[in-house]
Design a protein around this ligand. Structure first.
Ligand SMILES: *[C@@H]1O[C@H](CO)[C@@H](O)[C@H](O)[C@H]1NC(C)=O
Length: 179
C-alpha cells in the first residue's frame, strides 16, 4: 500500500514536471484513491480489523469431574469477540470458514488423572493426558473449520475424570481465527 502510493506519487511528479499536458492517465490516479475510500468506508470488513476476528478464551473456575464425552463448560470468559463461545454449553461455533488456532490446557487433581480431547463437531481430535496430581497438559492445534462447525473440550475416559481448575484457573480453552 505504502509502496503503491509512493510509486504513484513518484509517477505523478515525473508527469507534472516532464509533461504539462492535462491528459493525465486517470486510471493511475483513481485506483489508489478508490482503494483508500473503500478501506475507510463500507468495505471495512475486508481488512484485518480486530473487531471482526472471532476469538475467545475461557477457563474453569472450579474443580470438576467429567464423564466420558461430557463437554467441559469453561465458565469464566476472558475474551469473547463476537460472542461465538457459549459458557453455558462450552461450545464455540465458527461464524465463518477459515483456519483457527485452538488450544486447551488441563490440570489433574491431587493424586488423580484426567483425560480430555478437543472435538471438532463429532470428531475427536488431539488428546491430553497429564500425569497424576497437579500435572498440566496443553494442546495447540490449527484446524480448518467450516461455518457452523463446533469446537468443544470433552472428557475422554470416565476412569480419569478429575479436572482441576480452582480459583486459579489452571484449565482453559481458547480459539481464534488466523485467516
Ligand atoms: C458441523 O455441525 C454443524 C451443525 O451441527 C454443521 O452445520 C456442519 O456442516 C458440520 N460440519 C461438518 C464438517 O460436518
Amino acid at each position: 500500500m505504502v509502496f503503491t502510493f509512493g510509486l504513484v506519487f513518484f509517477q505523478l511528479m515525473i508527469m507534472a514536471t516532464a509533461d504539462c499536458s492535462p491528459n493525465l492517465d486517470n486510471a493511475v490516479v483513481e485506483d489508489p484513491l478508490t482503494m483508500l475510500v473503500k478501506h475507510k468506508g463500507s468495505d471495512i470488513k475486508n481488512i484485518r480489523n480486530w473487531r471482526y476476528i472471532p476469538a475467545f478464551t475461557a477457563s474453569l473456575s472450579y474443580t470438576k469431574n467429567i464423564n466420558d464425552e461430557e463437554i467441559v463448560k469453561f465458565d469464566k470468559v476472558w475474551t469473547n469477540n463476537g460472542n461465538y463461545y457459549d459458557p453455558n454449553t462450552g461450545i464455540f461455533i465458527a461464524p465463518r470458514e477459515g483456519l483457527y488456532q485452538v488450544s486447551t490446557t488441563v490440570m489433574s487433581v491431587d493424586g488423580k488423572t484426567v483425560y480430555v480431547h478437543i472435538w471438532q463437531n463429532e470428531t475427536r481430535t488431539v488428546g491430553l493426558y497429564p500425569g497424576t496430581g497437579y500435572s498440566e497438559a496443553t494442546a495447540n492445534i490449527v484446524l480448518h473449520l467450516k461455518k457452523g462447525d463446533k469446537l468443544t473440550v470433552r472428557g475422554g475416559d470416565s476412569n480419569h475424570p478429575y479436572l482441576l481448575s480452582s480459583s486459579s484457573h489452571y484449565s482453559m480453552f481458547s480459539a481464534y481465527l488466523i485467516a
